[in-house]
Design a protein around this ligand. Sequence first.
Ligand SMILES: [Zn+2]
Length: 498
Amino acid sequence: MKETQKQFQIELSKYLAEKDFIYGPEPELYSPIAGFYTYGLLGKAMKNNLENEIRKTFTKNNFFEIEFPIISPEIIWKASGHLDGFNDPVIICSKCNNSFRADKLIEEKTGIIADSFEDKKLLETIKEKNVTCPSCKGRFELKITRHSLMMKTTIGKNIVAYNRPETATTTYLPFKHYTNFFRGKLPFTVFQIGKAFRNEISPRQLLLRQREFTQAEAQIFLSKEQKQNFELFCEIEKEELLLWTEELQKKEEKPLKISLKEAISKKVLKNKAYAWSIGITYKMFCDIGIPKEKIRLRQHWQNEKAFYADDAWDLEIELNSFGWTECCGIHDRTTYDLTQHQKFSNQDLTVRTEKGEKIIPDIIEIAFGIDRPFFALLDIAFFKREDAKRTVLSLPYQIAPIQIGLFPLLKKDGLPEKAKEIRKELNDFRIYYDDSGSIGKRYSRLDAIGVPFCITIDHQTLKDDTVTIRERDSLKQIRVNKKELPQKLGQFFVNGFK
Ligand SMILES: [Zn+2]
């Protein structure tokens, strides 16, 4: 890893803790355990805002939200394949006895992507490339063991159960209810936002690799025919984005800038429903404030995909702390999941198509952890922070944890009273009221945590009811009547500061 990246990671994580975005690893007060973090006083507000933006996108695209229990009995994870297949290859240092994920270790030391390697190939690579223990530089035992990522628990006295490793599987289980609600008419579109758990052997990389995290996963249930003729596709077909096919990756060539329409006609993407899923995902990441040039779609290699997947692409974001990083997966899971649950539950999970044919629907899934775009937004904003004179965290307006700073210029002459009066009219916004210290210090405190607008109440306000609004990035100030405030600010949050 590059030194500058490492240095940036250290500065960023220190900043996030100091400014109340992220605390941890937890429990800080006792002995911290890697992979568990607290979203702090500002971080939680920001995460809520982000979740709401994601909810808006899915709702706008006609997805319905459910909430399934986090803990489920063993049989579900037997059926889904997680109990047998969801594990990491672990290797142990023969000198210090520490254990590591073999594939990640290879990736860190050599840059070779190894997560699809079989055990034999992992061992060969470790030997060939002379990969040694990061803790003590010792040699590894030439043996790989498989470590299950499932977080086990017990229900009641003795029912073996697991914390879910993904929300997706639990979105498939109420399938029969969807059949009712959507009156049997495919496609059904359902999403879930909630906690998931992975018992990683040695999680690092801050928020990117946690043992407990929040997923947002949307599922489209549809017929094979609908995949090809997906009606909504025409609404999004002109969207242009960077697609990095397996072929281009192998030739070490750059991603292709291409419209979704072209991607279908050139068979870069296999079907319209899948292309639509990629399109709405890309737009969602742009809408939450990730710059377009920092987003690309990378196709999984044939040997990297799950065995049942027809196609799989990752949306990657270029981070200053970790380089290009997977932040969302779009997977064509075919009929695999429902077939498995039909078999294990002994229940009929078919629907009838318009032609009267009985089928098990295919599933296309949009899957990501909210923690990653959350981290990406802070990574990007923090990187830009160093203006010559001031530290500004340029978070997108709609994501910023505090929306408005409210300052009486002085703590006398009736200005605080006036400010409190104005506060009551701004109930729809999250406000930070501050009446102590110089006005410059108050501004810079709020710039550093990304507050988009500050309102100042001065002696002029007492005369004519006008206040100043100051915008964070441009430092531009305008004077408006207090009556216009809620409407003006509302507009700025939707259309930008103009
Ligand atoms: Zn060691």
